[in-house]
Design a binder for this molecule. Structure first.
Ligand code: SF4
Length: 219
C-alpha cells in the first residue's frame, strides 16, 4: 500500500513501490522500434521524432533491407531513402539528416555509433532525447529520454512537478532509485502509451493506481 497521497509529490517510498510494480510485471521492457544494430537503432530514433513507432517500423521494414550500415545508406542515396520513408512526417529533412550523420559516422567515428552524449549530439538530427534513447538501448546506460508520454505521466502522477522535458529528466534522475533507472524510460513510455493515456487514462485498470497522486484519477 502507498502512503497518504494528499500531496502533490510522491514520497521516495511510493516512487520505489511504483517502479517495483513495473519491474514485477515486465522485468525487461524493450523499445518497440525495430532495429538490427546500433546504426539502425540510431536511424529509427531519428525517424521517430513526431512520428509513431508503428509508422517508423513500417518504413524501416523496407529501408533496412537495403541499408544497415552508413556505407550502404550513402550508396542508397537521398531519392531512394525518401521513397522508403515518405509516409513519415518531415521525411525530407530526416532523409538529409540520415545522409549527413552517415557521412559523419564514417569520417569521424570509423563507421561506428559513438557511445557518449557529446559525440552523439554532434550528429545532424540528433538531440538530447535521441542521444538518451541510443545510450540506453544500444549501450545499456541508465539514461531517461523524456518524450511526450514520460513528460505527461511523470508530472501527472506526482513523480515530478516540472515545466520542461529537461527538468523532468533531471527530476527523474534524482527520484528514481538506481536499481530501476536502466528500464525506467521504457516502463514510463509503455505506461503512458497503453494505460495512463493523454485524454482518457485507464485508471480503474491501472496497476499503480493506489500509488498515483493524480487528483482526478477515476474510481
Ligand atoms: S491511476 Fe490513472 S492517472 Fe494514475 S497512473 Fe494510473 S492511469 Fe495514470
Amino acid at each position: 500500500m502507498c502512503s497518504d497521497l494528499n500531496r502533490n509529490l510522491l514520497s521516495p517510498e511510493d516512487v520505489a513501490r511504483i517502479f517495483g510494480t513495473f519491474a514485477a510485471a515486465n522485468p525487461k521492457p524493450e523499445t518497440e522500434l525495430q532495429y538490427v544494430n546500433p546504426y539502425t537503432l540510431l536511424v529509427a530514433v531519428v525517424l521517430s521524432a513526431q512520428a509513431t513507432d508503428r509508422s517508423v517500423n513500417k518504413a524501416t521494414a523496407t529501408l533496412f533491407q537495403w541499408a544497415r550500415t552508413p556505407e550502404q545508406m550513402l550508396s542508397l542515396g537521398e531519392t531512394e531513402i525518401k521513397k522508403h520513408i515518405k509516409s513519415i512526417g518531415l521525411h525530407q529533412s530526416k532523409a538529409r539528416n540520415i545522409l549527413k550523420l552517415s557521412h559523419m559516422l564514417l569520417s569521424d567515428y570509423a563507421g561506428q555509433v559513438p557511445d557518449t552524449r557529446t559525440a552523439l549530439e554532434r550528429l545532424p538530427g540528433v538531440g538530447r532525447k535521441t542521444a538518451n534513447v541510443v545510450l540506453n538501448v544500444a549501450f545499456g546506460q541508465p539514461t531517461i529520454a523524456v518524450d511526450t508520454h514520460i513528460f505527461r505521466v511523470a508530472n501527472r502522477i506526482g513523480l515530478c512537478a516540472s515545466k520542461t522535458p529537461l527538468e523532468t529528466e533531471k527530476c527523474l534522475e534524482r527520484r528514481i532509485p538506481d536499481g530501476y533507472k536502466l528500464h525506467a524510460h521504457h516502463w514510463l513510455i509503455l505506461h503512458g502509451r497503453y494505460n495512463c493515456k493523454a485524454r482518457k487514462p485507464l485508471c480503474p485498470d491501472c496497476p499503480i493506481r493506489s500509488c498515483c497522486a493524480y487528483p482526478y484519477k477515476e474510481e
